[in-house]
Design a binder for this molecule. Structure first.
Ligand code: PGA
Length: 249
């Protein structure tokens, strides 16, 4: 399975950032066939970024989409539009969308459903809050999120899961390696119950939350960690490339 190193630029960047893929490729000269690089820029940069990434063989994704195929939804973008712009992935259920935009597991499942229908790969995000971690409920919370966020058509195409503990996002805090490994194992088990072992084994489970060049080696060396979803450290190509270079192939 190809390790996926994904940048989530959130609401950062402008058209001068169209240079970043070329900057990345200057630093990240390795040609590992086993590492897939993905950048999820703000929506308005998807189309030009696809063109800017052709040379560097970098994939482009959207950070969100609507759960309907089309209609009177001012300000929204459908999965088909993301596909038309050249995106190949869509992040769904990021904790910022769950917390700030009221996205429930049911909405996340519908979004993942339309993403698959559009022929794209949903990156379904799950993760516990700090209190849930401290009170020993992390497994239960993440398990429930996962079960309820996986769409019915998940058997029909590739999906990616991103485990992102909410308390680790943008804080510099990271779970212990043991805790990351245990959660990824737990997630794989749930995927296996839900989708069967063969399908579950082929699903990439990313870790996200304060991934940096200084911790990427250890996190990406964990056997059930199949990549990373990176926020802050993906804005600078030097550090994004350093994280990608931490993948052992
Ligand atoms: P971070 O964000 O790397 O800045 O913690 C990760 C994410 O939100 O996907």
């Amino acid at each position: 399975m190809k390790t996926l190193i994904a940048a989530n630029w959130k609401m950062h960047g402008d058209s001068s950032w169209l240079d970043k893929p070329a900057q990345f490729r200057e630093i990240y000269v390795k040609t590992e066939a086993d590492v897939e690089i993905l950048i999820c820029p703000p929506n308005y940069l998807i189309l030009p970024m696809v063109a800017a990434c052709k040379v560097g063989n970098i994939h482009i994704g959207a950070q969100n989409c609507h759960d309907k195929v089309s209609g009177a939804f001012t300000g929204e973008m459908s999965a088909a539009m993301a596909s038309d712009a050249g995106a190949s992935y869509v992040i769904v259920g990021h904790s910022e969308r769950r917390a700030m935009f009221g996205e429930t597991n049911a909405i996340v499942a519908r979004k993942a459903h339309v993403v698959l229908e559009a022929g794209l790969i949903p990156i379904i995000c799950v993760g516990e809050g700090q209190e849930e971690r401290e009170s020993g409920q992390a497994d239960e919370v993440v398990g429930a999120q996962l079960v309820q966020s996986i769409p019915h058509n998940a058997k029909d195409g590739a999906i990616v899961i991103a485990y992102e503990p909410v308390w680790a996002i943008g804080t510099g805090l990271v779970p212990t390696l043991e805790d990351i490994a245990a959660m990824h194992d737990h997630i794989r088990g749930i995927l296996s119950q839900r989708l069967g072992a063969a399908k579950a084994d082929a699903i990439r489970i990313l870790y996200g939350g304060s991934v940096k060049p200084s911790n990427a080696d250890d996190i990406l060396a964990l056997s059930d960690v199949n990549g990373a979803l990176i926020g802050g450290a993906s804005l600078d190509m030097q550090s994004f490339a350093a994280i990608a270079s931490a993948v052992k192939v």
